[in-house]
Design a protein around this ligand. Structure first.
Ligand code: PHE
Length: 363
């Protein structure tokens, strides 16, 4: 049996007078051979040889097919033999054109210092910063029990940052050593906590209040593995006519179990904040060892989470709430600290270095 290229020398009769489908098969076979040959082409010279051989003017495959298959076909078959030729050779021309383009690009690269084997330019897609992700998790948890989100300014007055929170003039937190006062704007400071938004919210809104306040806070700390001049808090405040210590504990417990897992237990330790009474530090059972003691919890089984308490009635006096009618609780979470605990990060500074090798670990 003659191969397909030899068959292009045969006339319609000698081909065995193929039907339409028979011709289709012949064309398919031709196309297969052409693309196979084209794959082996590695230079513009070889490409030119291919072109002349397949679609050139004289004695090319195309001219032979025209001459032998089309011209000699009976009139009623000419139409579809002709359109077959048109379609299939257009395809071959297209393959030729893109091979030419590819070779030109390689030609440009040859002799220059462009290395075509290098991977292309990729545009890396960033990830949400772990602090942002942690905030989102916190919003989800507190939104689910009816807290809404309120934001406030990072520049505050001593009144909102201290006075209205029942922190008197002589309190050590007000010292220049602890607080950034703005040299160019006397009477302003960088808030040391998000608690000023407790007061600002209650000034504007009558009870019930149920808010969380995210944001950056500033303290005059030297950077180390657990300190920074700036960190992130989430303030919480719930005030209504019937809020009890049980609501307080239940809310915190719900938070801890959502954040660290359903097996988490919480405990309260007495503490002191001028704007809560009683005040407490909340601990959670260690999420790493479950309470039996390990390095993360320093073998105590418990992890200190954050400060909180029942709103001190003195604070209501600053916002025109009636301390005999309302009660509530407040808490101030350190978001960086929570993220470090949950994700096992041992250096706070990692959050601020913007080293993508760190950031990428939290997609
Ligand atoms: N504002 C306190 C701090 O930054 C935390 C706190 C908030 C404590 C609310 C009690 C109630 O340390």
């Amino acid at each position: 049996m003659a191969n397909i290229l030899e068959k292009t020398n045969l006339t319609f009769e000698k081909l065995g007078a193929p039907s339409e489908a028979g011709f289709q098969a012949l064309f398919d076979e031709l196309l297969g051979v052409a693309s196979g040959e084209l794959e082996g082409v590695g230079s513009t010279e070889e490409l030119e040889t291919f072109r002349v051989r397949w679609v050139g003017r004289n004695n090319s495959v195309k001219s032979r097919v025209n001459e032998n298959w089309l011209r000699q076909a009976p009139p009623e078959m000419k139409r579809w033999v002709g359109s077959g030729i048109k379609v299939y050779f257009a395809h071959i021309e297209e393959m030729l054109a893109s091979a030419k383009e590819a070779l030109e690009i390689i030609g440009l690269a040859n002799g220059s210092d462009i290395d075509l084997s290098l991977p292309g330019v990729t545009r890396p897609i960033g990830t949400r910063h772990l602090i942002s992700q942690t905030y989102e998790e916190l919003y989800r948890i507190f939104n689910s029990i009816g807290f809404s989100i309120v934001e406030g300014a990072e520049i505050e007055t001593p009144y909102y940052n201290f006075e209205a929170l029942n922190i008197p003039e002589h309190h050590p937190a007000r010292d220049n050593m602890d607080t950034f006062y703005l040299a160019n704007a006397p009477g302003y400071l960088l808030r040391t906590h998000t608690s000023p938004m407790q007061v600002r919210t209650m000034e504007k809104q009558k009870p019930p209040v149920r808010i969380v306040v995210p944001g950056k806070v500033y303290r005059r700390d030297n950077p180390d593995a657990t300190h920074s001049f700036m960190f992130h808090q989430l303030e919480g405040l719930a005030v209504d006519t019937d809020i009890t210590f049980c609501d307080f504990k239940g809310t915190i417990e719900y938070f801890a179990q959502q954040f660290f897992g359903p097996q988490t237990r919480v405990r309260l330790r007495p503490s002191y904040f001028p704007f809560t009474e009683p005040s407490a530090e909340f601990d959670a059972s260690c999420h790493v060892c479950g309470g039996s003691g390990c390095r993360t919890c320093k073998y105590s089984g418990w992890i200190e989470l954050f400060g909180a308490g029942m709103v001190d009635p003195a604070v209501y006096g600053f916002v025109d709430y009636d301390p005999k009618r309302v009660s509530g609780f407040a808490f101030g979470l350190g978001v960086d600290r929570l993220a470090m605990l949950k994700y096992g990060i041992d250096d706070l500074q990692q959050f601020f270095r913007n080293d993508t090798r760190f950031l990428r670990q939290f997609p």
